[in-house]
Design a protein around this ligand. Sequence first.
Ligand SMILES: Cc1cc2nc3c(=O)[nH]c(=O)nc-3n(C[C@H](O)[C@H](O)[C@H](O)COP(=O)(O)OP(=O)(O)OC[C@H]3O[C@@H](n4cnc5c(N)ncnc54)[C@H](O)[C@@H]3O)c2cc1C
Length: 399
Amino acid sequence: MPRRILITGASVAGNTAAWWLGRHGFDVTVVERAPSFREGGQNIDVRGVGREVLRRMGLEQEALDRGTGEQGTAWVDGNGAVAARFVNADLGGADGPTAEMEILRGDLARLLYEPARERAAFRFGDEVERIENGEEHATVTFASGRTERYELVIVAEGVGSATRDLVFPGENDPRWMDLTIAYFTIPRVAGDDAMWRWYNATEGRSLSLRPDNKGTTRAMLSIQQPPGEERNAGIDGQKAFLRERFRDAGWQAPRVLAGLETTDDFYFDALRQVRMRRWSSGRVVLTGDAAWCATPLAGIGTTMAITGAYVLAGEIQRMSDPAAALAAYERAMRPMVERAQGVPKIGPRMMNPHSRLGIRLLHGALRVAALPALRGVATRLFAREPEAPDLSSYPKRAA
Ligand SMILES: Cc1cc2nc3c(=O)[nH]c(=O)nc-3n(C[C@H](O)[C@H](O)[C@H](O)COP(=O)(O)OP(=O)(O)OC[C@H]3O[C@@H](n4cnc5c(N)ncnc54)[C@H](O)[C@@H]3O)c2cc1C
């Protein structure tokens, strides 16, 4: 009999784990809190080892085909003039700030979900309410009232995971990155091109516009400051906060703030890393952002979610002792996670200067990094793939 596994969260990590475990012959149920599959989310990228996992799933080409078409990144001044530019075509196939595989989060999650559900049962609009974490089983009571027994529970609920906090109370020691970001979709206008255009205003504010493959434009507003009350202000309060802070920001702020009023796709987050000393306890294991969110500043969160879920499924498949499998998974993923979380807190400050002089210095440094002679340095800076696990012992293709 296949062993029963519960996965909570149907996004990047949860769907990747479901895809592999379903194909390894386990009896997999995925429970997602949202009432239906979540489509939203903005531009994310997959690099290096994460692409290797997608290749092994036969999904790499489709992920490229469904990409946003972003061709590079340009820092602009208040008049839209380019201060520094990194164009992927010039980087000799290497990833720069824009990776070769740029895709909307919802498109990637769906690309994983459609084949995952061929071999796993999905239940939406439900979540874990209580877990009895025993030696041989975890007994789970859901918000819907049902109670089920599983041999393993995989928590893939993202940075704010409630089940993590239930099973590992007080163990997450978050590291706040002092950067608040809002992402939302606005109408596309003539002049929006295939570049990620990034504008810095004083007081640690930045505004960027990215292309997508839906005929719209993806806007991002960020503010470099410690998290404040706006974090818990609800969508209306968060929008009011952004209106107030970006009113005099310059460049395309008026257009972006107008788009903020009508957008139906708003995501607001005060960035924090998830720091856990362990990722498993008994029959419960964490993966993806729920285990180790490194924030978008690390530039490798989605790659780690895909890779971690794949490594976890591989270890579960090849070991009969769950404790040994979970320990091997942690050993394989820790070095990559620790390197990714090592982003210095000064990073957001440098990329979001507070003064005009700071912005001039940033643009100057980026201009130098973009020089053809220094492109190797630039690609190493942006295309980090720290301490990726060795995938050679895991299945190249599922049965
Ligand atoms: C709607 C959405 C939009 C996003 N937009 C961006 C973006 O624009 N840019 C960016 O860099 N990153 C974004 N992210 C985060 C990005 O997807 C992750 O950093 C990364 O891909 C790791 O994925 P993950 O599967 O570990 O976590 P996530 O992608 O965060 O997925 C977690 C999933 O678990 C579900 N969930 C949460 N709590 C429970 C619960 N108690 N029970 C069951 N299910 C639960 C969530 O609804 C979600 O589907 C977004 C995530 C979401 C969910």
